[in-house]
Design a protein around this ligand. Structure first.
Ligand SMILES: [Zn+2]
Length: 261
């Protein structure tokens, strides 16, 4: 099984979590949210062959302050040659984050432009109330000519979905998006070979409200939750439509996860 968007560095006990993933048949793309998170993830998971670590700068972490956002972006760009995987990056124009809209746009454009220039990157993209703005920058930087873009938990309109499909984006879909009104409809519209599975788990400890166990046990709970969520997504998708098969999902995932710098 493949999880194309998780957050291994959010685990309460990365050593145990690494072991559990390493002993399983899971292959994951682990997104990070800041350059420091990426450095930490490399320390914990750099030697686990089942885990690919992406260097990321989440739009929620971007400060409206131009200098601060530029420093973070520079820091990310200094790691971009070390890995074929970039993310979580993107744009979020929801009310809570729209104050940093301009800084987000500047940072994301620089990251995409760097990816386009280096080529061979797999980019996992967050877009909330900003799908068209993301697609504008993907087009402007022409990063799809040399890289692959995965729209993570796509929540744009159906016109924006059609545009992303036409551009050649991939889509990672998980339990949460399948439980939304449009989720199943979108799964039916995504072309065969461009649909991937994701969990977006473990949850960020900063926003996790469930009681936390002793770290080793908590890591087991996180791993079980991730596996269950992935199985739920796969089974739901296969029941929804005959367009996607387990084979087509796995072949696309494998192709993306075997990229090497
Ligand atoms: Zn995420």
């Amino acid at each position: 099984m493949y999880d194309l968007h998780c957050h291994a560095s959010f685990s309460a006990d990365p050593a145990t979590f690494a072991q559990l993933i390493g002993n399983s048949d899971l292959q994951v793309l682990s997104a990070t949210v800041t350059p420091d998170d990426y450095a930490l993830a490399c320390t914990f998971y750099g030697s686990v062959p089942h885990i690919r670590i992406a260097t990321g700068l989440h739009p929620w972490k971007i400060d409206a302050d131009e200098k601060a956002s530029e420093t973070m972006t520079e820091k990310l760009l200094s790691t971009i040659e070390d890995t074929s995987y970039v993310g979580e990056v993107g744009l979020d124009f929801s009310p809570k984050h729209a104050h940093a809209k301009d800084a987000q746009l500047r940072s994301f454009e620089r990251i995409l432009a760097a990816c386009a220039e280096l080529g061979g990157k797999v980019i996992t993209i967050h877009s909330v109330r900003a799908a068209n703005a993301c697609l504008d920058l993907i087009e402007k930087t022409r990063c799809l000519e040399t890289c692959s873009c995965i729209m993570h938990w796509f929540s744009g309109s159906s016109d924006e979905l059609a545009r992303a499909i036409k551009l050649g984006c991939y889509f990672s879909v998980g339990e949460c998006s399948l439980k939304t009104k449009r989720g199943p409809e979108y799964v039916r519209a995504i072309p065969k070979g461009r649909l991937l599975l994701e969990t977006d788990l473990p949850e960020d400890p900063a926003s996790n409200t469930s009681p936390v166990l002793e770290p080793e046990k908590q890591a087991q709970v996180e791993f079980d939750k991730l596996s269950t969520s992935l199985n739920y997504a796969l089974e739901t998708i296969l029941k929804l439509t005959s367009r996607h098969t387990r084979f087509s999902i796995e072949a696309a995932s494998q192709e993306l996860l075997t990229r090497k710098v």
